[in-house]
Design a protein around this ligand. Sequence first.
Ligand SMILES: [Mn+2]
Length: 328
Amino acid sequence: MANPVFSLNPYNVTHIMNHIFERIEEAGHVVLIAHRNPDADSVGSASAMYTHVLRLEKKVTFFCATESIDPRLAFLPWFEKIVHTFPEGADLAIAFDCGSQSRLGAEPKCDLINIDHHSGNEGYGTWQAVDVSAISTSQVLYDLFRERGVRVNPKMATALYAGLLDDSAAFTLGRTDRRAFEMAADLAGAGADIASCSRHLVQRVSLAATRLKGILLQELRLLQNGTVAYLRVTREMFEATGAHPVDCEVPLAESLYLPTVESALLLREKRDGSLKGSLRTKGAGNMAAIAACFGGGGHAHAAGFEVSGETPETVLKRILELLEKETL
Ligand SMILES: [Mn+2]
């Protein structure tokens, strides 16, 4: 059975934090795990920890099961160190920004620390530092570093800032608060490369992604009196444009900019015939609860799932019913 999820708060943060840093100090070989199809928060958090573990003169491996990682993340420190095979002989693994064990893309035999901010975190691992009030996993890690008195150098500051910038949607999410801005100010003071983070994570788009966006926006359907945006992505669309699955994120997010749209659903056909669903909302419904009906998870405003053996039409119909219940 999974361990209970600790929410970091002033009463137990010191306790969890000490466990985590003592385990790292005792370990000989630490593996840092960015989740499958990683984002800037997962890679950035693991990157910041990489510097910390290196400073302790430990053997460290940066692992991510996905081989074709979003190239926008390549500017992050230690990105070139990422390997796709889980190493033998590690005695400690740390997962970053990974709500479920299946997203790890590996089954570590050693002790595992779970550092995350997803509300649906499964509580896997030997120790958990899961703060659901944090806007990014990099914020959870930033708090742990600060509490422990770990000095954040410019490389670490850039990596932590990248997670904050990306997960707050460039400081535009409604939940971007004083804590987020104070962290940003502190990291800027610590030498974070703000310009590179903006350039690579916000102001950069591939031609393939731009072409895919054009097709998706053309095919976008508005349902339920214009309150739901539906985007269906076929394999042909990827073949025609050369785009990467992650390139669906921006069109999906921007479909919420339409004034009548409250929620958005994207269904993407995968190579094996299964469907990847992504749900977003700017309303009150809980997308994580809907995704959970399909074995997925995430946040209230953004969640995802995977299903096989069902048609997009069946999945869409069921989601529309669930959305209706969520927004009643
Ligand atoms: Mn995150």
